[in-house]
Write a protein that binds this ligand. Sequence first.
Ligand code: F0G
Length: 472
Amino acid sequence: MEIKTHELRCTGCGAIINGEDARSDFRCPACNDLYEVRYPGWSPTAEASDAWSAKRNLPNPNALRWLWKERRDSSLSIDQSGVWRFRDLFPILTDMNKAVTLREGNTPLYEMPRCAAAVGLEWLLAKHQGMNPTGSFKDTGMTTALSVAAERGFEWVACASTGNTSAAMAAYAARAGLRSLVLIPEGKIAWGKLAQSMDYGAMTVQLKTDFDGCVRVLAELVKRHPIYLLNSVNPYRLEGQKTPAIEMVEQMDWQVPDHVIVPGGNLANSSALGKGFAEMKLLGLIDRVPKISVIQAEGANPLYRWFINDERIMQPVTADTRASAIRIGNPASWRKCARVIETMGGYCEQASEQEIALAKAQIGAEGIGCEPASAVTLAGLKKLIAQGRVEREERVVLLLTGHTLKDSEYTIAYHRGDLLRPEEMATATAEQAAQHAALCKPPVVLEADVDVVLRTLDTEMKKSGQQRMGQA
Ligand code: F0G
C-alpha cells in the first residue's frame, strides 16, 4: 500500500483532497480559493478532530537540526541543495531521489551596516535570494513544484511571469528534460530574464498584455492541454519557498528575527515564508515567529490599499512600476498573504519610484546589490521606522529576491540620471536628494591619456574626501 505523505487543503473552505486530484488551475471547485500542502500529524492547520492530527507525529526538533547540519557534508545532490536539505518538512515526492535540483538555496545572510546606519537601526541583515542558480528566489519553489511535475509524468510545464518565474522554470524544465511554455507581457520584463528563458530552451511567448492578462490566458490553456501549471497558485511552489525561512534561522543559530520584510507582487513568497515560520514553531524548532511585513510599489499596490482600508476590501489595480518583477495588479495569493500579515502581526507599506531607486542604490553601495523589486524592502523599512512600527534595536531581515544583474538597464539608467522623471525626483526630501547625489555614479568617458585620467581621479578623490568630512 502506498503511504500518503501529504494532502492539499483549500485555504478558503477547508476541503481536503489528494495531491493528484487538484484541478489544472489549482483552484478549489467549491470556492475557487487556493490550496496549501499539509502533512500527517504536524501541519498547523490540522483540525483536532481529523485522523492525522489525532496521532500527533511531531518530528524531533533537535534530531532535525542535527540531520540538516550533517547533510551539508554529504556529496549527494539532494543534500547539497539548500532546499532539499530540509526535505523532512515537505515530503511531497514518492521518490525523493528524483528531485530536480540545481543546488538552489544556500544563499547568504549578509550584514548591512551602511544601510542600518542610514535608516537608524542597530542591526540589519539581508537574506539574498538573488544568489540562487538563476538569480532569484523562484528557484527555491521551482525545484519542488517541477519535481512534482516530473514525477507525475508531465511532458510540458508552463507559467505566466514577470520574468523570474519563467527563467527559473525554463532552467529546471531543461534539467529534467521537460518542455516549457513561458507567457510574458511584451516589453514589460527585463531583458536579462527574457534572455534566460530563451537560453534554457523554453518556448517563449510575449503576449500583448500585462502579467495579469498572461495569467488569464494561461488559466484557459491548462484546462485544454495536459500542461502542468507552475505559477505560484501551485501549492508545491510554496513548499520550496518556505525553506529560506528555515535557512535564515539556522544561519542565525536558531534565533528568530523580530521582523522579516518581503516585497509583494503575486503575494506567494510572503505566504510561503509565513508557512515556514508557523511550521517551525509548531515543531519546536523556534519558540516564536517574526512579524512579516510586505512592501509593494506605489503603482502596483492592491495589498497596501487592502491594508489601509478599514473594511479590508481587496480591489485589483492596473499595475505600473519600473520594478517590473512586481508589476502585478491582481495578486493570486492575496488571501494567504493577508492571513500571514494578520496572524503574525506585520504591516503593509508602499514605496514610490524615487524611493525604490534610492533604496536600490543604497543596497548596491553595500557591495551587495539587488533588482528593483527587492529594493522596496529597504524603502518600506524606512517608512515603518518613521511610523514607529520598527524600533531601533529590532532585529530586521530584508528578503532580497533578485540579483542586481537581472535588470542592469534600470541600474545604468539610474546612474546616468535617466531613470527618474523630474517630477519624480521632485518628490525627494532634501535628505533623499543628498543621498541620491552621493550614490549616483555615472560612467565617465575619457581620452586614453594618463594625465586626463589622473586629473579626473583627483577631482573624485577630493569630492569623496569632502563627503566623508561632511558625514563625520
Ligand atoms: N521579487 C522579485 C524579484 C520577483 O520576481 C517577484 C515575483 C517578487 C519579488 C514578488 O513575489 O509574487 O511571490 O509576491 N515575480 C513573479 C515572476 C511574479 O513571474 O517572476 P510574489
